[in-house]
Design a protein around this ligand. Structure first.
Ligand code: GDP
Length: 609
């Protein structure tokens, strides 16, 4: 039978090896050919005759390898790189002991503190952390390693140090669930606010029990009863009202009720029967990781089961190494870490991702093979991703491409303020997809628009869409230099309308926003009868009274409105320029904090072309 491809090339005349030849995916012609007793030139020539241009070092596709194997009469089995070792590593973890009660020991619950901004999450975490430091120990200073553990008579409790749901959702997005219990902080004077509701939804979606901490009960205008009835609307009915939600009234600032909260958390842990087998090889999750100039890659991990020891070979995501040192949350070197105990691991060869799983391996060779294979897979995937998205077109060109009868792919880097809106915007955009217009999300994440996002959009020819988030100054400059289109929205419907218009060739921004000034909040002053004033320094441009303004925290829009009052020292000012300090009146928005940014902007009409 005549093969359907062109085969009139002359191969090297050696016989091919007999039997099944195992070939790892992702190899190039020069790696592939020798396994079949052929040369890279053979492979290249053959593929060329079949209309495919490859070079000796380019990765071959499955089809290319199979086609060539067929041609030379070899039988190949394509496997994922490191697959064999990967299976060995999995097999080392015999989960059959999980059901053996005699091996299980109680473990500390892992807590994430969530709630609306300014309701006291950080204060609570600091309060608990410091109460845990024995006077005199290491000067009473604790290390911020991403999590810490407090010791109580009734057991230990581990706290994730990053409050809020960003960290929580980031982990969940990677399939890792580290949190056992969510502490929902609600300020008694402010009640249930948008981020409170988001936190409730996140915890519910993850099926994690919620313990409510009604905070700031020391305040005169505290109204815990109102908080409780608000919470009841979200199916969080307090025990006192016949429900099953544990509620602790407290003041993080005055250290009231904090002990009780810890007791309650231990009680929940007991009810939830949080146990783990502390013996054997360790496995767990990477909480955070970074490259330390002095110490190399440093990862904070939380052990799920087993005990991690100094000297253990480990694999963490696509990174591997041997544990050189373990450092606990008080900065002490420790020899081992058991379940729920956060430790920093030194000795990895590269930086893993937050949310990656780690496992201790039998020997360094397995760790190395698996780690390197995974790393290679990740790289390949990224490359393939790049290849796929290279064809992206700009928003404004999309219509001409459709008209030319081609399928237009609009590459998008999407950033949003919270996970919920990220999902909502993605969903909505997906619904706009048509046969002739495809959307490819190059990157989707929660948070302000950074330089990284811009460079990613630049390399993938993507349009950057921000929802309730803004680019910082560096990102803005880079976007301009790289000609990356950044479109920010606060209303989904406006966003969709723009994209739809682009699809029918009607995209012409009628208004363009121009940032006119940027100021950084240094301090908040409370002035009787007037309210809060933000003491700021103007970082660029000028701040003008009456101008439209956005307040940003970490690139996320937290409020929009107009500047009501502007002062230079005690005097009213009409305008304050770069480098000068000023006071900005906060009318109905009181939640600014030092470090927040104030961005003023104008909308300018842009002529249609
Ligand atoms: P976060 O944004 O939720 O982390 O809130 P913070 O912990 O930063 O607290 C916001 C503000 O509320 C700070 O000025 C705290 O000092 C204050 N605060 C926190 N807890 C209490 C409390 O129990 N009582 C009072 N009166 N103020 C508190």
């Amino acid at each position: 039978m005549q093969p359907s491809y062109n085969s009139n090339y002359t191969a090297t005349n050696a016989p091919v090896p007999e039997g099944t030849i195992i070939v790892e995916r992702g190899v190039s012609a020069q790696e592939f050919a020798p396994k079949l007793n052929r040369t890279a030139a053979d492979v290249i020539r053959f593929l060329l005759q079949n209309g495919e241009m490859v070079t000796a070092t380019m990765t071959l596709t499955d089809e290319q390898m199979e086609l060539f194997a067929l041609e030379v009469g070899a039988e190949v089995l394509l496997v994922e790189p490191g697959q064999q070792e990967e299976l060995e590593l999995q097999a080392m973890f015999d989960d059959s002991d999980d059901d053996d009660e005699s091996l299980q020991a109680p473990r500390a619950p892992v807590i994430t503190v969530m709630g609306h901004v300014d309701h006291g999450k950080t204060t609570l975490l600091d309060r608990i952390r410091h109460a845990n430091v024995v006077a005199g120990e290491a000067g009473g200073i604790t290390q911020h390693i991403g999590a810490y553990m407090v010791e109580r008579d009734g057991g230990n409790v581990t706290f994730i140090d990053t409050p809020g749901h960003a960290a929580f959702t980031k982990m969940r997005a990677r399939g890792a669930q580290v949190t056992d219990i969510v502490v929902l902080v609600v300020a008694a004077d402010d009640g249930v606010m948008p981020q409170t509701v988001e936190a409730i939804n996140h915890a519910k979606a993850a099926d994690v029990p919620i313990v409510v901490a009604v905070n700031k009960i020391d305040k005169d205008n505290a109204d815990p009863g109102r908080v409780l009835s608000q919470l009841a609307e979200y199916e969080l009915v307090p025990e006192a009202w016949g429900g099953d939600t544990i509620v602790v009234e407290m003041s993080a600032q005055q250290n009231v009720g904090v002990d009780e909260l810890l007791e309650q958390l231990l009680a929940v842990a007991e009810v939830e029967e949080l146990t783990a087998n502390p013996t054997g090889r360790a496995k767990g999750i990477v909480l955070e990781a970074n490259l330390d100039t002095g110490r190399g890659p440093v990862a904070t991990v939380l052990v799920d089961k087993g005990t991690l020891k100094v000297g253990d070979p480990i694999v963490a995501g696509g990174s591997w190494g041997r544990v050189r040192a373990l450092i606990d949350d008080k900065g002490n070197q420790v020899k081992e870490a058991g379940p729920s105990m956060p430790v920093q691991v030194l000795g990895l060869q590269s930086v893993p991702n937050a949310g990656d799983e780690f496992r201790a391996a039998d020997n360094e060779k397995t760790a190395k093979t698996v780690g390197e294979a995974r790393e290679q897979r990740q790289r390949l995937k990224a490359q393939r991703g790049d290849a796929r998205v290279q064809k992206g077109v700009k928003l404004e060109d999309i219509f001409s491409q459709i008209q030319a009868g081609e399928v237009a792919t609009l590459n998008i880097v999407l950033k949003a303020d919270v996970q919920g809106s990220l999902e909502a915007v993605t969903e909505a955009l997906r619904r706009l997809e048509r046969d002739e217009v495809k959307l490819a999300f190059v990157h989707r994440a929660v948070g302000g628009i950074t330089e990284n996002d811009i460079s990613l959009a630049a390399t993938t020819n993507a349009t950057l869409i921000g929802f309730n988030v803004r680019p910082d100054r560096k990102a803005r400059d880079l976007a301009e230099a790289e000609h990356v289109e950044v479109r920010t929205y606060e209303i989904i419907y406006k966003l969709l309308e723009d994209i739809e218009r682009a699809m029918v060739g009607m995209l012409a921004p009628e208004f363009e926003e121009v940032v006119t000034g940027e100021a950084e909040v240094r301090e908040i002053f409370r002035v009787p009868r007037i309210g809060a004033i933000a003491g700021c320094i103007v970082r660029s441009g000028q701040i003008t009274r009456g101008s439209k303004v956005r307040f940003l925290r970490d690139g996320t829009i937290i409020w929009k409105g107009a500047i009501q009052s502007l002062k230079r020292f005690k005097d009213d000012a009409r305008e304050v320029r770069e480098g000068f300090e000023c006071g900005v009146g906060l009318s109905d928005f009181q939640d600014l904090k030092p470090g927040d940014l104030i961005e003023t902007f104008e909308e300018r009409e842009v002529a249609r072309v």
